[in-house]
Design a protein around this ligand. Structure first.
Ligand code: HEM
Length: 467
């Protein structure tokens, strides 16, 4: 098995039985592991071979080839190959995991849910949660205090997504132990399966489905499914209209475009995909700005100027904060939520200008974290510098040097909403408070090894003072 890449004449990293190149997978985060692999091999050509246990996979390092895989030859790489089991667990049949024509059709139907018009419509909900966040900070901070910002920001994003995706007012600032938040945290921090079972499902998804293995804990799945069913029933009985994802999904269900199970699965993925990503982005951004007072002042000045121009924290104001967007993008560069993107090959694919064929079913990996920290593209790559995302600087770089939202037809569908959420959360903090490191601030930041997304290992403490 381990002679596969040598036989294909493809450079590879020497594997170790039985882990292949993922021996340290339970001690090292995916981000750190991928950057070690990338740095060891990036000068060996446009791609190199790896083994996940006994399974060969290919890591792509050349930006043009990455672009081809994501966009031009998308038909060869339409799926992620993530384990899901719709028959036994309808909640796992969401947009992120489903494949083929089913994905294509659902993506087309869901895309109108995320237009800028729809974002504007949902803005008042975001703003109201932002106001709760500001009030919470005022109570917590007083005349200055050390606070765990990851927790505060997570409450903000939970409430936003809870409200927009499920239509429930789960004020977690007042009720931190709400079931909604507990189950949300559980899905990320306390997955149903051990690392061994997750490895098995990754290697043998068909067998996993035959054995009827599910992805989520029974009680969490039941909770979210019931929540959606109850919300739909309540809204239909009481003719409730709200400006949120849920009402858009209900309208699709009533047109016959979605079943109840599919509606529940989509609101569930909006919650999962929208809560952790945006919350980590804001946390990391505050962390970086705490260490860089000059950038913090510039970001604050940009926020206050836009608020003054547009009469407060309005939709127009948050869309007129270019420097804040630069800070958000620079944070996404340093801390992409998904450090390695994957695609599964749908049919045999000959890599352009080579004799190498990627066989049907093999996975290719795109090392987003490593590319975004490669000094060839970003000089002094570990230094936070929002000027890199000035439009003039961005225009000079290859489009695949920034892949924090993915690329091509499977790019993040919630990009606009994620950005909006980060802008509102950060503008709320920066417009009222000054942040700085304190004795409990982790230096350097370490990443969780348990999570598939790039989460800080521990809580993140910062000193927060009113302006
Ligand atoms: C800062 C915030 C966010 C980041 C960094 C982020 C990142 C990503 C990434 C990297 C992907 C994979 C793209 C690929 O494979 O090419 C993705 C997919 C996805 N995201 Fe996001 N996301 C964010 C916010 C959101 C929000 C707010 C929602 C929903 C409300 C959302 C829903 C989804 C869905 C449904 C997919 C799967 C799309 C598909 O396969 O068609 N994301 N996201």
């Amino acid at each position: 098995k381990y002679s596969y890449w040598a036989r294909q004449n493809v450079p590879f990293i020497e594997p170790q039985f039985p882990y292949g190149n993922f021996k340290d997978g339970n001690k090292t985060s995916i981000a750190d592991l991928s950057i070690q692999q990338y740095n060891a091999m990036k000068d060996c050509g446009s791609f190199f071979g790896l083994y996940f246990f006994l399974q060969p996979l290919l890591m792509i390092t050349d930006l043009d080839l990455i672009k081809t895989i994501f966009i031009k030859d998308f038909n060869y790489f339409p799926d992620r190959g993530i384990y899901h089991n719709e028959r036994d667990e309808p909640l796992s049949g969401h947009l992120f995991s489903i494949e083929g024509n089913k994905w294509r059709s659902l993506r087309t139907r869901l895309t109108p849910t995320f237009t800028s018009g729809k974002m504007k419509m949902m803005f008042p909900t975001l703003k109201a949660v932002g106001d709760n966040f500001a009030e919470y900070l005022t109570n917590m901070v007083g005349s200055g205090a050390e606070i765990e910002v990851k927790d505060g920001v997570a409450r903000f994003t939970t409430d936003v997504i809870g409200s927009c995706a499920f239509g429930i007012e789960c004020n977690t600032f007042l009720e931190p132990k709400s079931q909604f938040r507990e189950f949300g945290i559980q899905v990320f921090d306390d997955p149903l399966h051990s690392g061994m079972v997750r490895m098995f499902l990754r290697l043998f998804p068909e067998l996993g489905r035959k054995l009827r293995i599910k992805v989520f804990r029974e009680e969490a799945a039941k909770f979210f499914h019931k929540l959606v069913a109850d919300t739909i029933a309540y809204r239909e009985t009481n003719s409730v209209e709200r400006n949120d994802f849920m009402s858009l999904l209900i309208a699709m269900k009533n047109k016959g475009d979605l079943t109840l199970d599919e509606t529940a699965a989509q609101s569930f993925i909006f919650f999962l995909a929208g809560f952790e990503t945006s919350s980590s982005n804001q946390t990391y951004c505050l962390y970086e700005l705490a260490f860089k007072p000059e950038y913090q002042e510039k970001a604050r000045a940009c926020v206050l100027k836009a608020m003054e121009k547009h009469g407060g924290l309005t939709y127009e104001a948050v869309n007129d904060m270019q420097y804040l967007d630069q800070c958000i993008n620079e944070t996404l560069r340093l801390y992409p939520s998904v450090p390695v993107l994957e695609r599964k090959t749908f049919q045999n694919y000959r890599i352009p200008n080579t004799d190498v064929i990627i066989p049907k079913g093999m996975k290719v990996q795109i090392p987003v974290f490593a590319i975004q920290r490669d000094e060839q593209y970003y000089p002094n790559p570990t230094v936070f510098n929002p000027d890199r995302f000035h439009p003039d600087e961005m225009a000079k770089r290859h489009m695949c040097t920034f892949l924090s939202f993915g690329e091509g037809p499977r790019i993040c569908i919630g990009l606009r909403f994620g950005m909006l959420q980060s802008r509102v959360g950060l503008a709320t903090v920066l417009s009222k408070y000054r942040i700085s490191p304190c004795s409990r601030t982790a230096i350097p930041l370490e990443f969780s090894v348990r999570s598939g997304v790039l989460q800080p290992k521990e809580g993140l403490w910062l000193k927060v003072e009113p302006l």
